[in-house]
Design a protein around this ligand. Structure first.
Ligand SMILES: Nc1nc2c(c(=O)[nH]1)N(C=O)[C@@H](CNc1ccc(C(=O)N[C@@H](CCC(=O)O)C(=O)O)cc1)CN2
Ligand SMILES: Nc1nc2c(ncn2[C@@H]2O[C@H](COP(=O)(O)OP(=O)(O)OP(=O)(O)O)[C@@H](O)[C@H]2O)c(=O)[nH]1
Ligand SMILES: [Mg+2]
Length: 461
């Protein structure tokens, strides 16, 4: 090809969920998208219709001339399209067989089956979006709560992209200055350049720290907070799960040892998605089944981001309670003093080594304390995040990891200056920070990473 602009082959896929539906869409993108669609379309001449129009007609098997489906075909010419390439969307009747036939015909007419995420990958390769925006497309699809969705939409809008790009620009300006200093030492003193390096490194480091401070909450919004409900038998763990779910999911009885296995459910607590794990009551037991359950409860504590330790205030503390208080001390934890509606056999002050702010009094019978519990959970994980004003957040492990690497490089810059290291050595660390930030946006990302990232997408996205 003699063109200097990269052109990609024409890809096709079903872009709607697999299965029966009212309408399903077969999407084509690439240089010959219109031409390919035309080979199987009977209706208007697609090469003549205005861009961004939808056109009625039929999909015809070119070999047998048989009508396969009655359709609407959207024609969108580049560059104002999702992929920045010519794009055709065939809107079929939502049957599985007909839609697959349409796809097969389009593939027979010269399109290649798209890989997962390849449409969005093209949007990235053609410069419409950066990697953070591409990642947010996936987050948007998987968002479990309104707030998780809002974070994804903001990121799709380019909030994180703009922030990282601005930080890279700051670094680039210093690097340019360093070059001048190295090439023309007569124009610039080491002292001035060093001062500038120090200032900018500190500035960018500060902004990265602010971003990293949002990471934990961001990840929770995205993935859900692993929350283990633990306690000895019969204290009300399953009742708590049911209340939070507003559904009788777990079996509740007055027989200690009712829950034998772990039960996992998603709940939305004021916009924070929790993955709640109800566990078997922990006690010494000879019962084989219960023993395994107890073992799994201990594993749930290890894996949890948050532990809800339930105690029964109608009975005195037992050795098991004390053991659990110790076993969960290092975790993020809320200690729930349940059964407040019954006569009190223990008071919060009697709890050894539990800070008062970790304690909440509840009754599953009267619902006492349930709102306070929800508030505490949200507060613990949304500290510093204002509900009303949206703030740029980092949500995924890849972005967080790269920010941490950029931070380490900037710390080396500052340490190097402090130690009086020559400027060209300090420059190496500053450049590394620039590269790491570039990997976040994809300006400096290796091909394997890009391939791997898009392969996690849905087919047809
Ligand atoms: N039918 C259909 N619906 C869909 C999609 C799609 O691909 N097809 N999308 C797929 O995910 C989402 C919409 N996302 C889109 C994002 C950008 C552009 C686009 O054409 N952008 C151009 C010009 C925009 C304009 O006209 O101003 C650009 O940014 O240059 C289109 C769709 C959701 N709904
Ligand atoms: N009065 C009163 N009873 C409660 C309260 N919470 C739970 N119960 C009762 O305590 C009993 C045990 O509740 P569960 O929720 O099954 O307790 P659990 O901790 O899941 O028990 P295991 O699964 O055996 O470990 C049931 O009879 C509940 O109705 C409460 O706040 N007040
Ligand atoms: Mg239970």
């Amino acid at each position: 090809m003699d063109s200097t602009i990269t052109e990609y082959d024409t890809i096709a896929a079903i872009s709607t969920p697999p299965g029966e539906g009212a309408i399903s869409i077969v999407r084509l993108s690439g240089e010959s998208a219109l031409e390919t669609a035309q080979k199987v379309f009977k209706g208007k001449d697609l090469s003549q219709v205005p861009s961004h129009t939808i056109n009625y007609g039929h999909i015809i098997d070119p070999d047998s001339q048989q009508v396969v489906d009655e359709v609407m075909v959207s024609v969108m010419r580049k560059p104002k399209t999702y992929t920045r390439e010519d794009l055709v969307e065939i809107n079929c009747h939502g049957g599985i067989v007909a839609t697959n036939r349409v796809l097969q015909l389009v593939l027979g007419a010269g399109a290649r089956m798209a890989e997962p995420g390849e449409f969005t990958k093209r949007a990235f390769l053609n410069g419409r979006i950066d990697l953070t925006q591409a990642e947010s497309v996936m987050d948007l699809i998987r968002a479990k709560t309104d707030r998780a969705m809002q974070v994804a939409v903001d990121q799709l809008d380019g909030d994180l992209h703009h922030l990282i790009t601005a930080l890279r620009q700051e670094i680039l300006e210093v690097l340019a200055q360093v070059e001048v200093n190295i090439d023309y030492p007569e124009y610039d003193t080491d002292e001035m350049t060093t001062r500038l390096l120090k200032e900018k490194a500190a500035l960018v480091l500060g902004r990265i720290d602010e971003l990293l401070a949002t990471a934990r909450s961001g990840k929770v919004l995205r993935d859900g907070l692993a929350t283990a409900i633990v306690g000895r038998p019969n204290v009300g763990k399953s009742s708590l799960l049911n209340h939070m779910l507003r559904e009788e999911k777990a079996i509740v009885t007055d027989v200690p040892g009712t829950t034998r296995d772990v039960l996992e459910e998603y709940v939305n607590v004021q916009g924070v998605p929790l993955k709640l794990v109800d566990t078997a009551g922990i006690r010494d037991t000879e019962d084989k089944v219960e023993k395994i359950g107890v073992q799994r409860s201990r594993e749930a504590i290890t894996k949890a981001d948050l532990v809800l330790l339930v105690l029964d205030t109608s009975t005195p503390l037992t050795a098991e309670d004390l053991g659990l208080i110790q076993a969960t001390a290092a975790k993020k934890r809320i200690v729930i003093l349940n059964k407040q509606d019954l006569p009190d056999a223990l008071t919060a002050t009697a709890l050894p080594d539990v800070p008062a702010e970790e304690v909440i009094a509840t009754s599953m019978r009267t619902q006492q304390g349930m709102d306070a519990l929800a508030d505490k959970i949200v507060h613990l994980f949304m500290q510093g995040i204002d509900n009303s004003q949206s703030q740029v957040m980092v949500t995924n492990a890849r972005q967080i990891g790269l920010l941490q690497q950029a931070k380490t490089s900037l710390q080396s810059v500052l340490a190097g200056i402090e130690a009086g290291m020559p400027i060209d050595l300090v420059q190496i660390d500053m450049t590394a920070a620039w590269d790491k930030l570039g990997e976040i946006t994809g300006d400096a990302a290796p091909d394997e990473l890009i391939t791997q990232l898009f392969s996690q997408f849905c087919l047809g996205k």
